[in-house]
Design a protein around this ligand. Structure first.
Ligand code: NAP
Length: 274
């Protein structure tokens, strides 16, 4: 088999969990392919994309939107989410976004189905956009809140979803009221992420037994929100699952393979605790 080259394009890329995860898959499946992280400055993104010898790439902060200009075609997933996290090189450069699939697969493997149920999404950045698109696909009743309310309103407008997503204030009173009858709570803010561990985006007292709490943050594995939710008897889903499933979807797109999910998870967890 002809070895193929894959990589992560970001700035900074640091210690890449994606490189560890994909390299482990190639080893596990006896594939000769390689994956490495490339630290690319914003000013160099265009020339990198135009001249790279990679067969496929993941794209991360801060290039997910900028790279849309440098691919020849956008898959529907990238158009919906308005960002690219996976590029297929070759005849034509095609941009995809696998974050939405990463989120929905994370719910499905935990048998969580938000169809027709109330979901609260906290945060209005890139992860939020992918998750909102996914939740709308389920026909969930979505409420959105964000520290900067104007950004939440702008996001809803950009998604043309004014009649589907309700925006509320980000304060303890309105969170408490919204969470009374919320089934699924999704944190897409960076609150609680290393090194600022110990903070949660919502007061613990607003959580109730029976709710499902999904935290997009994966470092640390157990964020303050996840700890609070466990104490309150909620079902919890870690951002590690989304990270793994978005990576698995990239592999399906690049290589048409079915990657070993548990092996990928184990590899991420091993690298997170180190
Ligand atoms: P982003 O576009 O920069 O958005 C950050 C969001 O966090 C904004 O809504 C921001 O609110 C909010 N925020 C930041 N600090 C806050 C604070 N102190 N209090 C309240 N809200 C605060 O980032 P992103 O790309 O969406 O990523 C967000 C998180 O999701 C990161 O931790 C990232 O690692 C994680 N993520 C995980 C996956 C996965 O596969 N598991 C995928 C993508 C992202 P303002 O609008 O008010 O600034």
């Amino acid at each position: 088999m002809q070895p193929k080259k894959f990589g992560l394009i970001g700035h900074p890329v640091g210690h890449s969990l994606s490189a560890a995860m994909h390299t482990r898959v190639f080893r596990e499946m006896n594939l000769p392919h390689t994956y490495e992280a490339f630290d690319v400055q914003p000013a160099d993104l265009r020339s990198f994309i135009e001249s790279t010898g990679l067969d496929g790439a993941n794209v991360t902060i801060p290039h997910k939107v900028a790279v849309m200009k440098y691919v020849e075609q956008l898959d529907q997933s990238a158009r919906d989410i308005h960002a690219v996290n996976t590029v297929v090189f070759g005849g034509q450069k095609i941009g995809h976004n696998t974050d939405g699939v990463g989120f929905s697969k994370s719910l499905e493997e935990e048998l969580v189905n938000p169809a027709g149920r109330n979901a609260l999404v906290i945060g209005a950045g890139g992860a939020s956009r992918a998750i909102l698109v996914s939740l709308m696909g389920y026909n969930a009743n979505v409420t959105l809140t964000n520290r900067t309310k104007g950004k939440a309103e702008a996001l809803v407008k950009a998604l043309n979803a004014q009649d589907k997503i309700r925006v509320i204030d980000y304060n303890p009173e309105s969170l408490k009221a919204a969470l009374q009858d919320t089934y699924l709570i999704v944190n897409t803010t960076s609150v609680g992420m290393t090194p600022n561990v110990g903070y949660s985006p919502i007061p613990k007292g607003t959580l109730k037994n029976g709710q499902v709490v999904f935290d997009a943050v994966y470092n640390p594995l157990k964020t303050q929100l996840i700890k609070d939710a466990e104490e309150k008897g909620c079902k919890t889903i870690s951002g590690v699952n989304m990270l793994v499933h978005q990576g698995a979807q990239s592999l399906r797109i690049w290589l048409d393979i079915e990657p070993p999910i548990q092996v990928m998870k184990d590899e991420v967890l091993k690298n997170l605790t180190n």
